[in-house]
Design a protein around this ligand. Structure first.
Ligand code: ATP
Length: 422
């Protein structure tokens, strides 16, 4: 891409907001005053060339010089604060809140060279030039840099053929050991392929082989879940997860990890605020994904993927309900209610979406809110001695409302009299 074309894209308000461009120029000006070449790299450049708006993109700024020095200068000039990682000479600049800018942070990176000593572990790094920094990246389409400082603004560095790959709609790794060095790149490839409708080049697919899958098997639960979370965030999550299953990646993570049922795709954003149940796409996704598993398998996978306790509970609860549903079908509303009360509301909603069992919806919208008029204080004033009878009587009264045996205060009062005599 020629410089004038890059400048045209950078000045297109449909792709990049004018205030974002001003911020980038300010960063570049400061870098120029420090005499360090400054680039924006990665997804921002990829999406800009694809003419996709970069309003929500991360800003990854790479300098051939010290990113921490640039960070300190930015804070001194514009405010905000830095989170520093001195080992990698990188920093996150947290913009001052007065900027009111999305994203609220900018990554500042010292151009570096990486080497992997142990497959799947984090790399050893040393400061270097931009060409080396691009070489350490995952795919050519993510390994392009757009220079920002001074008269160089708009110069595209594409030594690895990223633009050609974008045109061919292709994803490929930069070297044969790429997936061995870092098997999370397999997830990234599949995620981008699904998002952009790209193909993964055959030679790259061949590298998702036994050796790479074995390393994947030993990857930490946290890193795996992070990749799966990012996939679930995407519109095209079902395609990506199906692709991972076809490549044998899911069973390599854990033999019990099932394929994702794409018929759930439309419900990922369906958490229903009106019913008082809310969840993000990730929680919804894992609930649908693991719903048909046994309790023991849910726990195995939750441990493998390092789920939080809250997520484990929702997913376990959904599976428990889904599998137990046949035993509940002919029960009375009160029995449904007392069973469902032990489960998380969002998991009940997820099972409702997949089974359309109307009792689940009635529970969420109505039954769970039904309470008798009589309270513990009323029972006390009737002289009932403290003890388990309180709970029993209140439950019986609630059941009477739920099951239609009481439909007025008078019905409830008559039942209470009978119960007090028992
Ligand atoms: P998106 O956020 O749309 O997925 P992105 O390119 O911003 O795209 P990030 O995960 O923020 O994605 O990564 C930023 C850049 O860092 C990538 O474009 C790529 O160049 C590099 N990168 C990220 N993860 C890896 C990895 N596992 N191996 C090599 N390079 C990576």
């Amino acid at each position: 891409m020629k410089k004038d074309e890059a400048l045209r894209l950078l000045h297109d308000p449909n792709l990049i907001r004018p205030q974002s461009l001003i911020l980038l120029s300010n960063i570049a000006d400061l870098a120029a005053s420090l005499k360090v070449p400054c680039y924006i790299v990665g997804g921002f450049v990829r999406d800009l060339i694809l003419k996709r708006p970069v309003h929500d993109a991360d800003y990854d700024i790479v300098v051939e010089g010290d990113a921490l020095t640039l960070g300190h200068a930015l804070v001194k000039t514009y405010g905000g604060h830095l989170t520093e990682h001195p080992k990698f000479r990188t920093a996150i600049w947290h913009l001052p809140s007065t900027f009111n800018f999305q994203p609220s942070t900018i990554d500042l990176i010292t151009a570096r060279k990486e080497s992997y000593e142990t497959p799947g572990a984090l790399p050893t790094v040393e400061p270097s030039v931009i060409a080396d920094d691009l070489r350490r990246r995952d795919f050519p389409v993510n390994a392009m840099a757009l220079r920002l400082d001074g008269e160089h603004l708009g110069e595209l560095l594409d030594p690895l053929g990223g633009q050609a790959d974008l045109e061919k709609k292709t994803l490929r790794v930069l070297h044969p050991r790429s997936f061995i060095d870092d098997p999370t790149r397999i997830f990234r490839a599949v995620r981008y392929a699904a998002r952009y409708g790209f193909n993964i080049e055959a030679q790259t697919l061949d590298l998702v082989n036994e050796e790479a899958l074995k390393i994947l098997h030993s990857l930490s639960g946290e890193r795996l879940r992070h990749e799966l979370d990012l996939i679930l965030d995407e519109e095209s999550a079902p395609q990506a997860l199906t692709h991972l299953a076809d490549l044998g990646v899911l069973t390599a993570i854990h033999p019990k990890l099932p394929a994702f049922d794409s018929s759930c795709a439309d419900w990922l954003d369906d958490a229903n605020e009106r019913l008082g149940v809310q969840a993000d796409r990730r929680t919804m996704g894992y609930m649908f994904w693991f719903m048909e598993l046994s309790e023991a398998d849910v726990i195995l996978l939750a441990n493998r993927l390092n789920f939080t306790n809250e997520l484990t509970l929702d997913v376990w609860s959904a599976a428990q309900l889904f599998n137990g549903l046949p035993h509940l079908t002919n029960m009375k509303p009160s029995e449904w209610t007392y069973t469902l009360e032990k489960l998380s509301p969002i998991s009940i909603y997820a099972v409702y979406l997949t089974t359309q069992e109307n009792a689940l919806l009635r529970y969420l919208s109505f039954w769970r809110h039904v309470k008798p008029h009589v309270s513990g204080a009323d029972l006390k004033s009737r002289g009932l001695p403290p003890g388990p009878r309180y709970g029993e009587i209140l439950s019986r009264l609630r059941s009477a409302w739920l099951d239609g045996e009481a439909s007025s205060k008078e019905d409830e009062a008559a039942l209470l009299e009978r119960l007090l005599k028992e």
